[in-house]
Design a protein around this ligand. Structure first.
Ligand code: KG4
Ligand code: ZN
Length: 366
């Protein structure tokens, strides 16, 4: 590593418009000079989910603003940058396209190199930005559109060990929140309710535990929760505040149990394939912001002699810093994209594995 690099990262693949500036001086840890995120929660609230067309238009309106703010908060101008990194997929195509066009415009105007980043690589590489861990490591990527275990061996070298066969866990959190009329995004709201609930009151299923390997399934769990809510409404003519809290706590306990058991198996697979020195297990993506899941995985790691790396919450959910960082890692390997860079709705990280089934919030479970 020879040169100080300063990279602008742009993210617009779902419902957050984000930009950030990350700088790494030779031989030093990288620092996030700025990270600006505009969420679109209010715009989609009335629809109970992300509306792709509304999301794309909102990105177009906000992209210039987040970029300007990220540069000014970082105290840099375009001339100080070494490259412009942008999410080029996977995601909602209108939003991805808006980000890619914005980045191309900046690259054309300044002559700076353009780097198209896989959104999932952004999440999966974040533990190297926040905790400076070495390759290879195991990462559990859990968000609103994705759920997979990956071995990360390099900035563009990922192997999938398992993943969801239907829904993503964030989607399940969002669905439960909708059924209980808690508002969106569901994850933090379900988590808040769960703090006052009884996690043992409802015995929700722990799907796929009897199947070997580390694949997940969340659709049966969602259905079980919906049935419970329907039964409570039919039998008691409504769901009380305590019912709500108990449902959230019981649901979160089921998700946590499944994640712990599948992680135990993935850690065993990873340990078998890699040197004993590689003892890092990272969690990334929005669902990794959940305190109860983080605590349970930390316990698992303590008993398996692994080190759990869980980035700060602002870098778990979608942000520009993860894109700037992934772009920086790719830039150091010599990667550059041309003006032909395409926006992609689907873009699997592990190109050798067969695509997972299902369609998440982003419309893809690459
Ligand atoms: O990574 P992210 O910001 O966007 C995607 O790439 O999908 O993840 C958003 C997802 C949403 O489904 C949200 O409900 C979930 O992450 N989430 C959480 C929590 N915070 C966000 N799920 C559970 N507990 C949380 N505290
Ligand atoms: Zn994400």
């Amino acid at each position: 590593m020879t040169k100080t690099l300063t990279i602008l990262g742009i993210e617009s693949s779902c419902d957050d418009t984000a930009a950030a500036v990350v700088r790494q001086r030779a031989g030093n840890l990288a620092s996030v000079l700025s990270s600006v995120v505009f969420d679109q929660n209010e715009l989609h609230a009335a629809f109970g989910g992300v509306v792709p067309e509304i999301a794309a238009r909102a990105h177009v309106e906000k992209l210039d603003i987040v970029v300007e703010q990220a540069l000014s908060k970082a105290g840099v101008i375009l001339n100080d940058l070494d490259a412009i990194a942008v999410t080029a997929g996977p995601g909602l195509i209108g939003g991805v396209l808006a980000g890619v066009m914005c980045a191309k415009g900046l690259a054309a105007a300044t002559g700076l190199p353009l780097i198209g980043v896989n959104h999932l690589a952004g999440h999966a590489l974040t533990p190297r930005l926040t905790d400076n861990i070495e390759f290879p490591y195991l990462v559990l990527l859990v968000s609103g559109g994705h759920c997979q275990f990956l071995t990360a061996a390099g900035p563009d070298q990922f192997t999938r060990l398992g993943g969801t066969i239907d829904d993503a866990p964030g989607e399940a959190f969002d669905k439960i929140a909708r059924l209980l009329e808690l508002g969106q995004p569901g994850g933090p709201r379900v988590e808040a309710q769960a703090t006052t609930g009884d996690p043992t009151r409802f015995k929700f299923p722990r799907p796929l535990l009897n199947r070997e390997g580390c694949d997940f399934s969340f659709s049966g769990l969602k259905t079980a929760v919906r049935r419970t809510i329907d039964t409570l409404r039919a039998e008691k003519s409504g769901v009380t505040q305590q019912d709500r809290a108990d449902i959230c706590a019981s649901f979160q306990a089921a998700v946590t149990d499944v994640m712990v058991e599948k992680s135990r198996r993935a850690l065993a697979m990873f340990s078998k394939a890699h040197t004993p020195q590689s003892r890092h297990f990272a969690v990334a993506g929005g669902v990794a912001a959940n305190a109860s899941i983080r605590a349970a995985l930390k316990n698992l790691c303590a008993s398996s002699e692994f080190n759990l790396v869980a980035p700060p919450l602002e870098f778990c959910t979608d942000n520009g810093a993860m894109i700037a960082w992934a772009g920086l890692e790719m830039f150091r390997t010599g990667h550059r994209d041309s003006m032909a860079l395409a926006a992609r709705a689907r873009w699997p990280l592990d190109r050798a594995s067969t695509p997972m089934l299902g369609s998440g919030k982003k419309g893809a479970k690459a």
